[in-house]
Every structure is written in C-alpha cells, then in structure tokens.
Design a protein. Structure first.
Length: 146
C-alpha cells in the first residue's frame, strides 16, 4: 500500500537510494597484515630477500653455515604467514630449540633484525606493516639470544 500522492514505487526507490548511500559511506575493510605483505607470493618474496640479506651479512652469515637454506626458507615463510594470520601452520622447532648452541649475541640479533627490515624495504612492504611484524617477532629475542 502507498499513501495518496506517493506511490509505492517511489517509496521503494527512495528506500533503495537511502540504503545505497549508507553502504557507500561505510569505510573500506582494512587489509589484513598478510594481505599487506602480498599474501603467499609476498611472503615468499620476503623470505627470498631476507635470505639474500643474511647471506651477505658478515655478522650473521657464519651462523647459517650448517643450515639447510631450502628448509629455512620454508620455515621462515610459514612462520611469517602464521604470525600474519595467513592461515599457514608453522611446523618448525620452537625458537629456543632452533637457536640452541648458535651462541647468538645481541649484536648479531640486531644485525638479523636490520637484515629483515632491509628485506622488507627491498620488497616494498609498507612501513606500518613492517612495524606490526617486528612487534610480533620482538618477544622471540630471549629465545634466540644466548
């Protein structure tokens, strides 16, 4: 039913326009951290860039001399993906076990963090997304530094 002088079709059209205008003003959904890193391809690119940086860093390269770098690539990719909410499962060792006997000192840890930051710059990760990942990784300091 419609009121006199205001047909039902016009009421429906007005309601549709009001609903459409309301939807148009909703803020766009913010991309997840995983999306900000480019999803699976972006995380893979980051792992590659990070490994390249580690290989060129005289402060840390010796720490990886006995490391299976293909396996490391898989683990670091899965760990980053998992931390970022990408749905990956990290199946590697915990950080204490993985770094046991490596005798990583604070200077080496800081170099590793700088390598990661440079790798994120290399693959054009937004600064805010970089900071969020670094914040997630920071608690691992005590597990890695001996």
């Amino acid at each position: 039913m419609s009121s006199p002088g205001f047909p039902l079709q016009k009421v429906s059209l007005v309601m549709l326009l009001v609903i459409a205008a309301g939807c148009a003003s909703l803020p766009a959904e913010k991309p997840t951290l995983y999306q900000q890193f480019g999803g699976a391809a972006g995380v893979n690119d980051l792992a590659n860039a990070f490994i390249m940086r580690l290989a060129e860093d005289p402060l840390v390269v010796d720490s990886f001399a006995d490391t299976d770098m293909d396996q490391f690539h898989g683990h670091i990719s899965d760990q980053f993906c998992n931390l970022m909410g990408g749905g990956c499962e990290y199946t590697g060792r915990d950080m204490v076990e993985a770094h046991q006997g490596m005798n990583i000192d604070p200077r080496q840890f800081n170099a590793l963090v700088e390598d990661l930051m440079q790798a994120m710059d290399d693959v054009d990760i937004p600064q805010g997304a970089q900071n969020r990942l670094l914040q997630m990784l920071a608690p691992m300091y005590g597990d890695m530094v001996q």
